[in-house]
Ligand binder design. Structure first.
Ligand code: ZN
Length: 148
């Protein structure tokens, strides 16, 4: 006869955020966030064009040479959506996903926090920081409000 734990003691497996598909082109993006707390963007080593999302070849000059460049973390809301359905754990209804216009030029999609969904405005200043979602994942998150 096997014993089973009473329901109250059954370990609850917590849902984790979906994992990014990491490859040779975008690994630096997640390593910069995890290891240095930096938001880094791919920069062409020949024409200095910044590009995101990461790709092997510069769309400007077709160079295959590039290096990661740390961004300031300052930006603004270019666009956003409020997600209601379907709700997939660990997310809760009503969170905001925004396209953030970095002051250096590139746009990056991330969660926007520190503002109610009714008061988000296109163009409002944000500050981006690297935040640990769980043991194995650090992502950029935008917070309403600028910084000096
Ligand atoms: Zn280039």
């Amino acid at each position: 006869m096997t014993e089973t734990l009473p329901e109250a003691q059954t370990p609850v497996k917590q849902a984790l955020r979906p994992r990014p598909a990491i490859n040779l082109d975008n690994a630096f993006f997640f390593e910069s966030l995890t290891e240095r707390g930096e938001l880094s963007i791919q920069q062409c080593s020949d024409c200095e064009e910044l590009r995101h999302p990461p790709v092997p070849m510069c769309p400007q000059c077709h160079s295959l040479h590039w290096a990661p460049k740390a961004m300031s973390g300052r930006g603004s809301v270019h666009s956003y959506v409020v997600l209601h359905h379907p709700i997939v754990p660990p997310f809760e209804a009503g969170y905001i996903v925004a396209v953030i216009q970095l002051e250096e030029g590139p746009r990056v999609v991330m969660n926007l926090e520190g503002v109610e969904r009714e008061t988000v405005q296109i163009g409002m200043p944000v500050t981006v920081s690297a935040e640990r979602m769980d043991e194995g994942l650090v992502l950029p998150v935008a917070h309403a409000g600028g910084r000096a």
